[in-house]
Structure formats: structure tokens, C-alpha cells
Ligand binder design. Structure first.
Ligand SMILES: [Zn+2]
Length: 203
């Protein structure tokens, strides 16, 4: 805890004074460029990998970067999406998985969550991806990455099941993208739906 408290002091002394104008503007409201749905993993830093400033990404995190399918008016996900799209009018939604994901490893090998009933229940959101990949009989070394990618594609589909997302897609006020962040190489791959594959984002 001490090192985290020290970080707060460092922020206040050295970082905040250099960005006073930005924080003065942010104090009055937010206009994020994207709703960024990603894994809770500590190694995934959305503002770092997109070179964004505070206020530019509206981040929603959970283990496995899942977006459960729409199942009724009261779903908390529906409320979050409604607020993001209708109130904040965020023009982009990105669902971002990542390499070496613990949640995807547990989806791949469900026995890892024996004795963790809540985790096991949550990770059922990835079962679809596991089934799709395991029927392809890929070499073992490729299975985890394939599950991670397929899971992002499935969550994009779930996202499209929300009425508010459908509305915004029809009116052209939102764009959707699926990414996988490669921690070791600092690369981000984006899903190309026409080719049905992930491709490195290049300049
Ligand atoms: Zn993860």
C-alpha cells in the first residue's frame, strides 16, 4: 500500500501540475472517443496502448472481456451501454482481449476453476469460443490464441444483440471493433470480419 500512496504523492507533485489545463477541462465533463471493454488483467493498460489521455476512453473491465448477450431490460450491461451511447454519445466501441489471458486459459482448461464456483459461472461466457476452437483440431500451441480471438468475435456478436447498439448501428452513430493486444510484442490485432481473421494494426 505504501508504494501506491507514494505514487499518489508523485502524481500530485509532478504529473498534475504539468497537465493543469487538461484537468481543468475534464473537471467540467467528459466526451470519450471510445467505450473500451477489456479484461481486468493488470498488464492491459487501455490509455497506454492507444496513446490516449485521461477522458478519452470510457473503460469497462471484467475478467475475460465478456459482454453477455442481451437478456432483458434490467441487465446492467444494457444500462451501461445506454448511458455510453445515448447520454455520452460515444462514437466507438472496442472489445479488447489480450495474450496470456488467465480467464481464457481457464476457459480452455475448465478444471482450473474447480473449487471456484463464481469464477466458473462467469467464465461460462467463454464456452462458446472454446467449443468453436476445439472442433477445429488446432495444434495445442495455437489453441489459447484462437480461443482468445474467437471470444472477442463472440462478444462483438453479443454486443449487437442490445437494442441500443442496434439503434446506433442503424443510424451510423457508432462503430464497433474487436481487438487482441499482444503483451510481449506491443502489437494490437484487429478483427477483419470480411476475411474472418485478426490483422495487426499498422500505420
Ligand atoms: Zn485477461
Amino acid at each position: 500500500m505504501d508504494s501506491i500512496r507514494k505514487g499518489v504523492i508523485t502524481f500530485q507533485r509532478y504529473v498534475f501540475p504539468q497537465h493543469k489545463a487538461l484537468f481543468r477541462r475534464l473537471a467540467l465533463g467528459q466526451t470519450p472517443k471510445a467505450l473500451f471493454i477489456t479484461c481486468a488483467d493488470s498488464r492491459v493498460d487501455p490509455t497506454l496502448i492507444t496513446h490516449s489521455d485521461p477522458g478519452e476512453l470510457f473503460v469497462d473491465r471484467n475478467a475475460g472481456n465478456f459482454m453477455p448477450p442481451f437478456h432483458g431490460e434490467n441487465a446492467s450491461e444494457a444500462a451501461g451501454l445506454e448511458y455510453a451511447l445515448k447520454v455520452l454519445k460515444i462514437p466507438n466501441i472496442i472489445i479488447c482481449g489480450h495474450s496470456d489471458c488467465g480467464a481464457m486459459k481457464a476457459v480452455w482448461h475448465p478444471e482450473m476453476t474447480d473449487g471456484l464456483p463464481s469464477v466458473k459461472r462467469w467464465l461460462r461466457n467463454g464456452n462458446e469460443a472454446r467449443k468453436q476452437v476445439m472442433t477445429r483440431k488446432l495444434p495445442e500451441a495455437e489453441q489459447l490464441a484462437a480461443i482468445t480471438e474467437r471470444n472477442v468475435v463472440n462478444q462483438l456478436e453479443h454486443l449487437r444483440s442490445y437494442p441500443v447498439v442496434q439503434d446506433c448501428l442503424v443510424s451510423g452513430t457508432v462503430r464497433i471493433a474487436g481487438w487482441v493486444y499482444d503483451i510481449e510484442h506491443g502489437k494490437v490485432l484487429e478483427y477483419n470480419s470480411e476475411a474472418d481473421r485478426f490483422e495487426v494494426i499498422k500505420g
